[in-house]
Design a protein around this ligand. Structure first.
Ligand SMILES: Nc1ncnc2c1ncn2[C@@H]1O[C@H](COP(=O)(O)OP(=O)(O)OP(=O)(O)O)[C@@H](O)[C@H]1O
Ligand SMILES: [Mg+2]
Length: 353
C-alpha cells in the first residue's frame, strides 16, 4: 500500500494547491464517499474496507456542518490556529516541568506561563523597558517566535491561496490526532488556567474556509509516553456533500473504524521534527490579489491584539514579519518626548477566573 513510501510525507508537507492535494489522494487507497458515507450517528451507507482510507466526519459527528461553518469569515479561524500553536508550545514546557517535578504548581494564567517558561514579559511591555533590558528581551522573543509561523502562499495559475500554520510544540501522537486535532467539543484545556482554549471547537472553524486541509502532527520525542507512536499522524479534511441532501458535513481520512488517522513510520518521519502543521488549501479570502498579504498582517495584529507569544508571518514572501500584536506597537515609547512617554497606556493583566 502506498501509505508508507518515503515521498508521502514531503508531498503532504508541501501540498499548497488543489491539484497537488488531489494528486496525492489519487495514489492512495481511498474509499470514495459514494461507497462509504455517514448517514447518521450510527448508520453508514457502506461497509468498512480494512486496509483502506475512509472519509469520517470530524468529531465523528455527522451533524458537524453547522458548527464548523459558523466561522464564516477567514481571519478569526487563523487566529484560532495560532493560539492553539502558542498553547502547544506552553503545554510542551509544562509537561517537561511536571516530568521533572510532579508537585510544581501550575502557572496561574497564560502570561505567567510565558514568563516562567520563556522568560519574556508581556509583549507590549518590552518596548517600555530600559534599552539594554529591552534588547535582551527582544532577542529572546526573536528566538521563541521561530517555533510558530503562519505562511500565506498564492498560486497564480489556479488563483488559490493556501495558509499554513506550523508549530514546533508538543504535537500529538498519531493515535491521538483524531481525538484532539480532529475532535469537536472536546478539549484538554478546560482545567488548565495557563492555557486559553476551552471549547474544543476553535481550530476546526478553518476547515470550512478551505477546500482541503492537510493536517500533520508528531509528538515531541522527550514527552512521548511508552507505547505512543513515534511516527507522523496525518490526514486530509474536506467537505462531503451527500447526493440528494442539503446537509453537508466535514470529513477526514481515517485509517481505522475507530476514527484514527493514517501514520507514517518513524523512519520516514525525522524530517518533520515535532509539533503540528495545518495547511488550509484554496482558502477563501473573498478576493484573489496581493492585498490579502497586507490585510492579513493588519487583521492578525488586530485580532491577536496582545498575544501571549510572538509568531512569524510569511505573507507571500520568504522573509518573515515578526508578529507581536498592535498593543506592542502602541506601547512603544516616543523617544523624542523623552524617556517614559509611551504612545498608549499599558494593558492590565486579566486574571483567569
Ligand atoms: N497545534 C496543536 N498541537 C497540539 N495539539 C493541538 C494543537 N491544536 C489543537 N490541539 C488539540 O486539539 C484540541 C482541539 O483544539 P481546538 O482549538 O478545536 O479546541 P481548544 O483549543 O481546546 O478550545 P477552543 O475551542 O477554545 O479553541 C485541543 O484541546 C488540543 O488538545
Ligand atoms: Mg483552540
Amino acid at each position: 500500500m502506498p501509505l508508507n513510501t518515503p515521498d508521502l510525507l514531503p508531498r503532504l508537507l508541501n501540498a499548497r494547491t488543489t491539484a497537488q492535494t488531489e494528486a496525492i489522494m489519487v495514489a492512495l487507497p481511498i474509499v470514495p464517499p459514494e461507497e462509504y458515507q455517514w448517514i447518521s450517528a450510527d448508520e453508514r451507507s457502506g461497509t468498512w474496507q480494512p486496509g483502506k482510507l475512509h472519509w469520517v466526519p470530524v468529531g465523528r459527528d455527522r451533524g458537524n456542518g453547522g458548527r464548523i461553518k459558523l466561522a464564516g469569515e477567514p481571519m478569526n479561524p487563523l487566529a484560532e490556529r495560532l493560539v492553539n500553536g502558542m498553547e502547544a508550545l506552553i503545554e510542551l514546557e509544562r509537561i517537561r516541568e511536571v516530568k521533572k517535578d510532579p508537585n510544581k504548581p501550575m502557572p496561574p494564567n497564560p502570561r505567567d506561563a510565558v514568563l516562567r517558561y520563556f522568560g519574556f514579559p508581556r509583549l507590549d511591555q518590552i518596548e517600555r523597558l530600559e534599552d539594554d533590558e529591552r534588547k535582551v528581551k527582544s532577542a529572546l522573543a526573536d528566538k521563541v517566535r521561530k517555533n510558530l509561523s503562519i505562511t500565506l502562499d498564492f498560486e497564480k495559475k489556479s488563483k488559490e491561496f493556501a495558509v499554513t500554520v506550523r508549530d514546533h510544540g508538543m504535537g500529538q501522537a498519531p493515535e491521538y490526532v483524531h481525538r484532539t486535532l480532529l475532535s469537536l467539543g472536546r478539549t484538554e484545556k478546560a482545567d488548565k488556567p495557563y492555557l486559553i482554549g476551552v471549547f474544543g471547537q476553535g481550530g476546526s472553524s478553518a476547515f470550512s474556509i478551505a477546500k482541503y486541509s492537510v493536517v500533520i502532527a508528531r509528538r515531541a520525542p522527550d514527552i512521548r509516553k511508552q507505547g505512543e507512536g513515534a511516527g507522523v499522524g496525518w490526514t486530509i479534511v474536506r467537505e462531503i456533500q451527500p447526493k440528494g441532501r442539503r446537509d453537508p458535513y466535514y470529513a477526514y481520512l481515517a485509517a481505522a473504524e475507530d476514527g484514527s488517522v493514517p501514520s507514517i513510520d518513524p523512519t520516514h518521519a525525522e524530517k518533520f521534527g515535532q509539533g503540528a502543521q495545518f495547511c488550509h488549501i484554496a482558502y477563501d479570502f473573498g478576493a484573489s490579489d496581493s492585498s490579502i498579504a497586507r490585510l492579513m498582517y493588519q487583521s492578525l495584529n488586530h485580532v491577536l491584539f496582545n498575544p501571549v507569544m510572538p509568531y512569524e508571518l510569511y505573507a507571500l514572501k520568504d522573509t518573515p514579519d515578526p508578529m507581536k500584536g498592535s498593543a506592542q506597537r502602541l506601547a512603544q515609547r516616543v523617544r523624542r518626548f523623552g524617556p517614559g512617554v509611551a504612545l498608549d497606556k499599558s494593558f492590565a493583566q486579566l486574571p483567569v477566573v
